[in-house]
Design a protein around this ligand. Sequence first.
Ligand code: HEM
Length: 128
Amino acid sequence: MDGRFVPPIEHLFKNDPWWMNFFDNITTVQFDHRMAAYASLALALLNAVFARQTGVARRGWAIVAMVLCQVGLGIATLLYSVPLSVALAHQALAMIVLGMTVGNLRAEFPARPAARSPISFSSRASRF
Ligand code: HEM
């Protein structure tokens, strides 16, 4: 940003109290969003590499591809000064990425079937 990877600290925390910068300071919000985007991409890559052991590798790489598209759309949103159509596509894709990651979580860690209780209604009913 402005030719630097990390903007000057006095720009990032120019508002008082300091925590207001995370909501009110455009520089801080943009920097946080950018770092969160890089972190999402790194985590998606890690997930895809480790997903090979759990048999859901294709889904992992699909998430990487979607996050890459999301990063591209985000950069386009910024370069074209937030046109409504591109910004809405960026938000819509964010929801798709979220849905895919939740689906991926369920595929990697499927819910265990609930243990059957010996005094459950169905087992008592079968006695009659
Ligand atoms: C997986 C989720 C997301 C990723 C990976 C992502 C990624 C990005 C990236 C890389 C940029 C370019 C910013 C820069 O380089 O400074 C960007 C811009 C932007 N994103 Fe996202 N984004 C995500 C979700 C969202 C969501 C949910 C919203 C809004 C609700 C949003 C709103 C914006 C806006 C308004 C911009 C352009 C203006 C600015 O940077 O201040 N993004 N995004």
